[in-house]
Design a protein. Structure first.
Length: 114
């Protein structure tokens, strides 16, 4: 399984970005897909996840601002990020869980600054 993340970049505070994670396999095969982020000196933290039953979970810090969604036809998971703040600056990683195995995509850097 390969996960290809894209969509990172630089944005001013208050702006928006949409991250995409394209899977080489059928995303229905995953129990859960999600986005994590990590900035230097910190542990990787869960940002948002979606289960195969479409259950969604968000970190408290992003609730109301970020939305995770699945594009079944394109085997892609998106993370729409609105009202971005400098605290959201990090490398964002997508992941997928299946049968006790965890897969990671490469990170995509999100920088929020003026």
């Amino acid at each position: 399984v390969q996960l290809q993340a894209s969509g990172g970049g630089w944005v001013q505070p208050g702006g928006s970005l949409r991250l995409s994670c394209a899977s080489s396999g059928n995303i229905f095969s995953f129990n859960r897909m999600g986005w994590y982020r990590q900035d230097p000196g910190s542990q990787r933290e869960l940002v948002a996840s979606v289960t195969s039953a479409s259950g969604k979970n968000y970190a408290d810090s992003v609730k109301g601002r970020f939305t995770i969604s699945r594009d079944i036809a394109k085997n892609t998971v998106h993370l729409q990020m609105n009202s971005l703040s400098p605290e959201d600056t990090a490398v964002y990683y997508c992941n997928a869980d299946r049968g006790g195995m965890r897969f990671w995509g490469q990170g995509t850097l999100v920088t929020v600054s003026s």
